[in-house]
Write a protein that binds this ligand. Structure first.
Ligand code: TTP
Ligand code: MG
Length: 357
């Protein structure tokens, strides 16, 4: 019998900020772009649960988050505290959480900065698995002063969905015999992989909840959605054999920033790029990787068209200078006719390193 757990940190970046600064405890916290009194651009990375009460959440424009905070203030509530993203610190915390889980399970997959799958089949029973997860939750809380939510289930799919349902600081167990029924009433969007487009397509065929999807044969799903449709056929029945991928390597280290105003000013763009490169390089240095081979940049124009360019080096390197030069070389064509014939203004740039060893 397989027993798989999924652990997802609660309001991760914001909870960490609360733990770093005791004065913030219990206050609404928003981590993301600078709000600049409502004129800021860019988005919210995350908000803690207190700030979510104001309607502030991930991916909301930071200007909107500011308005919501001002509104709360005018109603006599506490305004939100806005903080910049401190990736370096969050990555360190993520590594500490990984080490804690690793003490309890041999097989751990870091699925994102704040999510982990791990195998608890060795526990042989759900009650034993639950006990282990309680210990893990306790250790994380003691060491990092933040909470997480855990789902325990026969596979990754059910574990992930169930963890998300008992947030924050929750624990949810779905046994194999209950897995199929557990999924039936859920919105199809709960199935990882079903995004807004697939949802729309399926809604058009009268499919709203997971149960509705079971009307279709595997051939029909294949016809509608290709190979992924075949996988979906099994998923909606609670069946998922996907393994824990232990050393899922970090694929990239990068960051992006929205400019204060749309621009083509090479000096300004170059300055921002330089700062971002410095920061990304520091994270690369802390990552434990010895070298990289690919440098990539992305550019978003004022009309939101987004382009990416990447350069794979002949020889891998660990040079910050090479990184900066290559990033600049990739970016410059977007400032002139080479890759920007209509001279559109740039709204955002991103830079990242890839192909690590
Ligand atoms: P999530 O786990 O999606 O969100 P969360 O941990 O903040 O809140 P929840 O309790 O609902 O799990 O993402 C983890 C971190 O990733 C989050 O703290 C910040 C970052 N993030 C972004 O920067 N932008 C985004 O749009 C999302 C969804 C997350
Ligand atoms: Mg989370």
């Amino acid at each position: 019998m397989r027993i798989i757990a999924h652990l997802d940190m609660d309001a991760f970046f914001a909870s960490l900020e609360e733990s770093y600064t005791p004065d913030f405890k219990g206050k609404p916290i928003v981590v993301g772009a600078e709000p600049k009194d409502g004129k800021g651009r860019g988005v919210v990375s995350t908000a803690n649960y207190k700030a979510r009460e104001y309607g502030i959440r991930s991916a909301l424009p930071i200007s909107r988050a500011w308005q919501l905070s001002e509104k709360a203030k005018s109603e006599g509530k506490e305004p939100a505290i806005f903080l910049p993203v401190d990736f370096e610190r969050y990555e360190k915390a993520s590594a500490e959480i990984y080490e804690i889980i690793k003490k309890y399970s041999q097989s751990v997959e870091p699925a994102s900065i704040d999510e982990f799958y791990f195998d608890l089949s060795f526990a042989k029973s759900y009650s034993k698995a639950e006990k282990i997860c309680k210990e893990i939750k306790k250790d994380i809380k003691e060491k990092l002063k933040v909470t997480c939510s855990v789902g325990i289930a026969p596979n990754k799919l059910i574990a992930k969905i169930s963890a998300g349902m008992k947030k924050p600081d929750g624990m949810n167990i779905v046994k194999e015999e209950d897995a199929e029924k557990f999924l039936e009433p859920l919105s199809i969007r709960e199935i990882p992989g079903i995004g807004p487009k697939t949802e729309q397509l399926l809604n058009g065929r009268g499919v709203k909840i997971v149960k509705d999807l079971k009307k279709f044969s595997i051939e029909q799903l294949y016809e509608a959605l290709g190979k992924w449709g075949q996988e979906l056929y099994f998923k909606v029945r609670g069946i998922d054999d996907s393994p824990i991928v232990e050393d899922r390597e970090v694929k990239s280290i990068g960051e992006q920033a929205t400019f204060q105003y749309d621009t083509l000013d090479a000096v300004y763009v170059g300055d921002v790029l330089e700062k971002m490169c410095r920061h990304v390089f520091r994270r690369f240095s802390n990552s434990g990787f010895k070298s990289f081979k690919t440098v990539a940049i992305s550019v978003r124009f004022s009309d939101f068209e987004t382009k990416t360019s990447a350069k794979t080096l002949k020889d891998r390197t660990n040079s910050e200078k090479v990184f900066k030069i290559e990033a600049l070389k990739l970016l410059l064509p977007y400032l002139d006719a080479r890759k920007n014939p209509r001279r559109k203004l740039i709204r955002l740039i991103g830079v990242r390193l890839e192909k690590f060893l």
